[in-house]
Design a protein around this ligand. Sequence first.
Ligand code: GLC
Ligand code: GLC
Length: 807
Amino acid sequence: MQFGHFDDEAREYVITTPHTPYPWINYLGAQDFFGLVSHTGGGYSFYRDAKLRRLTRYRYNNVPVDDGGRYFSINDGGEVWSPGYRPYKTELDSFETRHGMGYTRIAGSRNGLTASVLLFVPVDVNAEVHRVEVTNTSDAPKSFSLFSFLEFNLWNAEDDQTNYQRNLSIGEVEVVDGAIYHKTEYRERRDHYAVYGVNAPIAGFDTDRDTYLGFGNGFDEAAVPHAGKAGNSIASGWYPIASHQLEVELAPGESKAFTFVLGYLENPREDKWEAPGVIRKDGARELLARFATDEQTLAEFATLNAYWDGLLGSYTVESGHEKLDRMVNIWNQYQCMVTYNMSRSASFFETGMGRGMGFRDSSQDLLGFVHLVPERARERIIDIASTQFEDGSAYHQYQPLTKRGNHTLGSGFNDDPLWLILGVAAYVKETGDFAILDELVPFDNDESKAASLMEHLKRSFDFTINNRGPHGLPLIGRADWNDCLNLNCFSTEPGESFQTTGNRTGGVAESIFIAGMFAAIGPEYAALARRRGDDAEAQRADEAVAAMRDAVLEHGWDGEWFLRAYDYFGTKVGSHENEDGQIWIEPQGFCIMGGIGVEDGRALKALDATRERLNTPHGIVLLNPAYREYHVELGEVTSYPPGYKENAGIFCHNNPWVIIAETVVGRAEHAWEYWKQIAPAYREEQSEVHRLEPYVYAQMIAGKDAVRHGEAKNSWLTGTASWNFVTVSQYLLGVRPDYDGLVVDPCIGAEVSEYTVRRVVRGATYVIHVTNSGGKGASLTVDGMAIEGSLVPYAEPGSVVEVRATV
Ligand code: GLC
Ligand code: GLC
């Protein structure tokens, strides 16, 4: 069952009913100002930090789930309705929401009147624009009232939800020339304010929620639109809101458009007053003037569209398979960009008040957006590396505003350091910017302890070598990529953190997954060292990698697949000897990506076991059998009911590792099938099972042991986005940047018999035509000449290179 459809031409997903199984959302903004918007207009806006600079209020855990947002309502002859269905839930004659690249358009109609609300954050503007276009489709003149509505948040989203004894007394607003200014706490230490204005004369306004709603009413019963008359209320404490009333007259067939602007502005601290108690507003006036006419608004929208054309132009495919093309060309890249912007902070599953930026998460996010905005990738790399410690370990998370490591969580996630190497290697391959390796980067943000980025990578690499256990395998610490495999924690207190409690030290718990990472990522470090002329270091690295591969073959192999770990007592985890959790996905993917067992047939065995025991039509589960009970010696992974999250859920982030592993052994058909299983566009037809947005990946789909097998959770902000883009673009379609050229090495199911990839890298364009019969090992011609191997050398910027590949 579907609740809409893709419009690839427009790069939009079109939702045709308000009654989706869950709010299906989109993101506005790509720089500093952001908004989340659901298909019925729910959601919120913030400036840079979803916790500390929250502009509008949103209630998680609400009933109904998605109530509150930017709401427009129409009173047409006493009948009140909203184009987005919510809040009034009046039945509409038509409803359509289009989520596009950085914008959403919500349109509804009733009784001969259509209202279409376009929401977007313009490029280089700290504001959200709501352009409302109303059209009279009847053959009689219409006059009606249009009401806007949003509810202000008192800036700090967490405090806003907890500190009522103070907050219900501090709200303040000003209303000047029809613009509503939110200035809570401006009288004291804040130098920023919000404004909500409109480019048309208003008939009234409200800023006091109780006046607007009527005390005790929900959004769906708001009194003012029903009365058809604004209260002109001025909030004093309690709950400041912003609502305008516009009186509109339309001849038959006539349309009018109004632009509402929600802006964030800062004033110089020492010059923040216009008059005593009156905020300085020149910034807001300039902002509103930028949207004074509809032409200006539409021009800003065109600029946004051009911005996205540019971003999405560096990797495109044409295959004739529309689902494949739309994932690659549009939605997967879009999700990578959103994930880069948000990290794991604000979604409909992440409140914007929790985690900061993850060291491992951000390093992996780099892989998916480095080709979109290399300059910002560079910045991000320096930020991440600055939170590393001198021994190579790292703060697990850092705060985006301060860029400081997060002390409550600390370090000890022993996979973290290696991800940095992978991210940096991807950046240098994309850009050729070896100079970044010489940048001086502090340790723990202390400038007095700075070293070159290359030195940081060395410490990352050595951290694994220096922290090995009795089998020569890496110690796991608090956890590795799987945050919930906590082998040193032994938590028995409800509510305790599984990751940081760690009440036993001196254990010997080792991770075969980190060993696989070392085997896969270590060679990237060696390659960088070699390219800098440090052959001795490169050789040292190669030897360490070889030793690690041997250790895995000797101590990390269970007979049919790779083991997962050794626990605190030296007992195997992920072995046929275990009762539950006999086989885990992560080492099967990464060990093979690291070349382990590829020559002696173990890789094939492990992949066959993965297929047999872990694969389902909804994706590959994380482990099998699911744990039925809590195991204190394994930690959080066993805390989840069977089939959910890390306990045998389909954790979409790691499916790509198995897919890449299948391409390593050349099994194109398996790789293609696995990729399609979880790709949202391919799951669209079963939206009633999947339940979340069919245009972006979710972190998890419930596994085969779950009550609700096939149901997704935690959409949008997940490493799944970048890993799937890497997988499909670089391994299936097979076009990946290397240091000296573009590797063209397709491995995709025969169903995709022909395709063309256009890749812009380092200023040159490569047009790569592939004829495919499924398999691996393409023969290539470059500008008509046959070449050996799979490397197409980089060409001069500006040139166009024609490549033909036959598999
Ligand atoms: C979450 C975390 C990520 C972790 C994964 C598996 O997605 O953000 O860091 O690797 O869970 O536990
Ligand atoms: C929870 C989640 C897991 C996440 C971890 C750390 O355990 O289940 O996915 O990685 O928290 O935040």
